[in-house]
Design a protein around this ligand. Structure first.
Ligand SMILES: Nc1ncnc2c1ncn2[C@@H]1O[C@H](COP(=O)(O)OP(=O)(O)O)[C@@H](O)[C@H]1O
Ligand SMILES: [Mg+2]
Length: 268
């Protein structure tokens, strides 16, 4: 799929747009006049040093925080993401770093958590779980993502970090979202498992689902994204086509003139 974002700056194709988003926490300006545009089926990354505002921006997109200023548009309409439920209803699913899986449930149970299909309705609150259908549907979702588990009846506590990530993404795509936000999905993973998560992101893109991917590892960002948004001290300082930029350029934008200072802080 050939995509030139520069050629697609028209309003009609935009999935989501954030204009002039600002957010303060007391005296701290976490975000200042942030601009962000995401197109359908596009994989973008938000990068920036610690404290740059990535998590705050994601929480605004997820409906968990309200911006102090600015405008959010989704599929051409101005929206107010008052709660995470409102964001989900529009088609925005967020997978946070802690994943919020239930260890004692199996894979299928986690994918369907809170919305299990029922076979019989015996009255209010008296539903009999359709285990069989749940397992088939869970398998179908994982198959779509190119994932194979020995069994969807495995408890998630037995799974590796990458497999747990896959279950969380499986749960996120159950509702056929238009945008999936992944907050540092590779942070706690073994190198071998990182590639699986990157493959997962490519599967989402192949289905036309847009992805916002957060990672501290620029090699991963370059391996999987179409576009990179750089935040520094709460401001958008870069909006780059991945094909047309380099790790060096992104790092320079991330740290600004304080490169050595930031490196020193990290070492300490
Ligand atoms: N809930 C909060 N209360 C107070 N300050 C916060 C809160 N969340 C974030 N901040 C501050 O906002 C800035 C941006 O933080 P954050 O969005 O977590 O950055 P990042 O995810 O890029 O590391 C930081 O200065 C941080 O300390
Ligand atoms: Mg963060």
């Amino acid at each position: 799929m050939e995509k030139s974002q520069i050629a697609r700056q028209g309003e009609d194709k935009v999935l989501m747009e954030l204009r002039g988003i600002s957010k303060r926490f007391g005296g701290v300006v976490a975000l200042s006049q942030v601009q962000l545009v995401i197109y359908p089926g596009e994989v973008i990354s938000l990068v920036g040093d610690n404290g740059a505002g990535k998590s705050t921006l994601i929480k605004i997109i997820a409906g968990a925080y309200q911006p102090d200023e600015g405008e959010i548009r989704f599929e051409g309409h101005r929206v107010r993401l008052r709660t995470p439920r409102v964001a989900k209803t529009l088609g925005i699913e967020t997978v946070y770093q802690d994943l919020a899986l239930v260890d004692t449930l199996d894979v299928a149970g986690n994918i369907f958590l809170g919305r299990e299909p029922t076979r019989l309705r015996l009255g209010p609150g008296l539903h009999i779980l359709d285990k069989c259908r749940m397992e088939q549907d869970a398998e179908a979702i994982l198959h779509r993502l190119g994932i194979r588990f020995a069994s969807v009846r495995n408890k998630v506590e037995q799974l590796s970090g990458g497999q747990r990530q896959a279950v969380a993404v499986g749960r996120a795509i159950f509702s056929e979202p238009k945008l999936v936000v992944l907050d540092e999905p590779t942070a706690a993973l073994a190198v071998r498992e990182v590639e699986h998560v990157l493959e997962l992101i490519r599967s989402l893109r192949a289905e036309g689902i847009a992805v916002i991917f957060i990672s501290h590892t620029l090699q991963e960002v370059f391996a999987v994204t179409d576009r990179i948004i750089v935040l520094r001290k709460g401001k958008t300082v870069g909006n780059l086509s991945t094909k047309e930029t380099s790790i060096d350029e992104v790092v320079k934008l991330m740290v600004g003139q304080e490169r050595s200072l930031v490196a020193d802080n990290r070492a300490g």
